[in-house]
Design a protein around this ligand. Structure first.
Ligand code: PLP
Length: 382
């Protein structure tokens, strides 16, 4: 967000910045979803709803996840929040006591450690390695578990790299957790529908029925349906935990926006053709960006399998002078690139990997080529 703000400030001064910083779809919300919100407003649905979301939306979320992944959740297993972000936040508040540890594989979405700390917990990082496609092994998770471990956070497809855990990898992790009955799993599946290039998404609950009473799934409308501003996300899990989260939410935000809830029902009950069309665009851009990034001197990048991010290792450029400044880490790298080439990137240090930067391809192919031309000119071709 800080990078986007600086890039916006430069743009407002008339500078032609190419933004690879965005964390949201560049597409507009499909029209049929907007129409559902308008119909809801016209029908006078402008009041408070149930704090955990309308019964209809909770049922629609349960129905969708059940039919997509052969599960059997009931509406009381679902809470709808102000985005998946607030669902995750509330779950941390509901479950963490001081000194509880939360295992977070790296690279991670920036908000996990902060949410854990705000709830009094302690993040424990397990390092993902580039050669393993940044997926952590079951053994390394076992190595991080202590008597104080309360939660393991998984995120597939992942932000910042679009990496996906294969089914067998998740099964191995679930097997390890079988030995530790006090550890819960948060599976952040917000990018579940944005998957491409032959990769397959696996819903954690579908491969670990034995862990169902300690698994919470997180997802939402934001990324799938290009609805980031509508603020509708959800958690799906054991009814007692969902109820506790509802108590917290009812004193924090109350319900997500009234008109956004029927709009999300329309989205969930649709045939997903718009989602597939957006996903095809992301897939094309991902392949193109991956190829071009790997041609730049000092850059290397694993192929994104989902979401809309590429996570490039740029440490081959550290030590070089860029626009008169010596770059030594991801922060100085992104700062120098923004100033010298007017390309906005997100420093990897924010995700726990200072060797890398995140490039979002939630932007047009034209902008992608423009930005990569500039980077290629600045650093040269391999
Ligand atoms: N989880 C991950 C991995 C994300 O990248 C994001 C948004 O960037 C979220 C959760 C939050 O999504 P929402 O907009 O539904 O709060």
């Amino acid at each position: 967000m800080a990078v986007t703000a600086k890039a916006k400030a430069m743009k407002s001064q008339g500078i032609d910045v190419v933004g690879f910083g965005s964390g949201e779809p560049d597409f507009d919300t499909p029209d049929f979803i907007k129409e559902a919100a308008k119909a809801s407003l016209d029908a006078g649905e402008t009041k408070y709803t149930a704090a955990s979301g309308t019964p209809q939306l909770r049922a629609a979320v349960a129905k969708r996840v059940n039919s997509d992944y052969s599960l059997d959740y009931a509406p009381e297993n679902v809470i709808v929040s102000l985005g998946a972000k607030f669902a995750l936040y509330t779950a941390c508040q509901a479950l963490l006591d001081p000194e509880d540890e939360v295992i977070i594989p790296t690279p991670y979405w920036v908000s996990y450690p902060e949410m854990v700390k705000q709830a009094g917990g302690t993040p424990v990082y397990v390092e993902g390695r580039e050669e393993d496609n940044f997926n952590v092994s079951a053994d390394s998770i076992r190595g991080a578990i202590t008597d104080r471990t309360k939660i393991l956070i998984l995120n597939s497809p992942n932000n910042p790299g679009g990496f996906i855990y294969e089914k067998a990898e998740l099964e191995a992790i679930a097997k390890v957790l079988g030995d530790y009955p006090n550890v819960l799993v948060f599976s952040d599946e917000i990018y579940e529908k944005l998957v491409f290039g032959g990769a397959e998404f696996t819903c954690f609950a579908s491969i670990a029925p034995d862990l169902r009473d300690r698994t919470i799934l997180f997802s939402g409308a934001a990324k799938t349906f290009a609805m980031t501003g509508w603020r509708v996300g959800w958690a799906i899990g054991p009814a007692a935990i969902i109820k506790a989260m509802g108590s917290i939410q009812s004193h924090a935000t109350s319900n997500p926006p009234s008109m956004a809830q029927p709009a999300t029902i329309a989205a969930l009950e649709s045939d997903y053709s718009e989602v597939r069309a957006m996903c095809e665009q992301y897939a094309k851009r991902a392949g193109h960006m991956h190829e071009r990034v790997n041609a730049i001197d000092g850059f290397s990048c694993n192929r994104p399998q989902g979401a809309f991010y590429a996570f490039a290792n740029v440490s081959g450029c550290y030590g070089r002078e860029v626009g008169g400044q010596k770059v030594t880490d991801s922060l100085s790298f992104t700062g120098a690139v923004l100033e010298t080439a007017q390309v906005a990137l997100v420093p990897g240090v924010a995700f726990g990997h200072d060797t890398n930067v995140r490039l979002s391809y939630a932007t047009s192919m034209e902008q992608i080529d423009k930005g990569l031309d500039r980077l290629e000119k600045l650093f040269g071709r391999k």
